[in-house]
Design a binder for this molecule. Sequence first.
Ligand SMILES: Cc1ncc(COP(=O)(O)O)c(C=O)c1O
Length: 409
Amino acid sequence: MHLRNFSCRILGRLVPAATRRAARAPSLGRTLCTPPVREATNARVVDLRTDSRDEASAEMLRYMVEEKVTMKELQDHAAAMLQMEDALFVPSATMGNLVAVMAHCSRRGDEMLVGDLSHMHVYEQGGSAQLAGVHSTTLNTLPNGTFDLDEMESKIRHSYPKLRYTRSRLICLENTHNIVGGCVLPLTFLKEVQALAARHGLSVHMDGARLMNAAVALGLRPATILQYTDSVTFSLSKALGAPLGAILAGPRDFIAQAARCRTALGGGIREVGLLAAAGILSLGNVRQLQEDHNNARTFAKGLLECDPPLFAVNMESVQTNIVRFHSKDPCLSVAELCHRMAQVEEGEEAALGQRIQVLTLSNLGNFIRAVWYPNVSAEDTQLAIRKMQYLASEYTRGGKNIPDPPYQN
Ligand SMILES: Cc1ncc(COP(=O)(O)O)c(C=O)c1O
């Protein structure tokens, strides 16, 4: 089926039908945080929807069962690795961020400055307002995940403690930045933010769910990045491979307060030796993130080399394990393209020699987001490129002209 026809059909009956099919329970070994997708028979599935994995490798499972590791050992190990005074295990990066906000902003009505496209602002249900009583002022997120420092300075409540003003207390950064496509914050920016925060008596928290990707991309130790922040959350369960968990790290008194907040939120889980073992093993996986970055870049280049050139990617933003792209034809929506990538149509197997499904998710701003993690090999990446090439050529066979790109790559 040509994409041209596909556009018409998806707007009609097919969407509700697909949604009904998706209600099927997910199979074991699948990530549960993403909706199940119908698997075509004998198809090779390249799942690029998320690097948040809930399945553990056989090696990880063995380590979890056989090794006796305490949570204190994991926390001490993480603190040493980050060169922070102390660290705390939390079940998720979302909880780590919320606990950090609670510990930094100790008074009800305190304010944090946070990016308008940050995970903390967009995807964490406003937990800081809902549960911590913390007011947010948003900063305009620039295409590389940074902020304009003049804007930041102007938004601090300089008139506090006059009666009408809240107390600005915290600046939140995200590194790497998810929505802008895995961009790494430059060290010069971090240094300037730290200096600005110090001038105004604010703390700096980094949502570093993918901190290790940033460190690998810069070829630096995480501690070099963190010298400019007071606290950090990073995820053990993204591409590092633990089945769940995150680490919050910072000064000792901050972590003591954070531990109290974590308990109040129900995150003070006990008997967690298995998770501690998974966490320790995952911290040994940092170097392998480079392969994910290489695969993501190969895929992005492959998209640009498709003939005809149907896909647009800003290569400057492909710095780590995330690729954001869209079709150059505004008539081919992100939802349609995502859906088509996950399908295997008639004639495709003959053309590609294989049935290939590429699973992705749509992202804010009308983009598709594809994310790499260790289960996606270089070979999977090549298969995904072949599929995209097929879709591009199918598009012209369907008689479509590709309009000029919205920006040059
Ligand atoms: C930048 C960022 N921060 C925080 C989170 C939340 O992580 P978790 O699912 O562990 O709560 C995510 C999840 O994708 C993320 O991308």
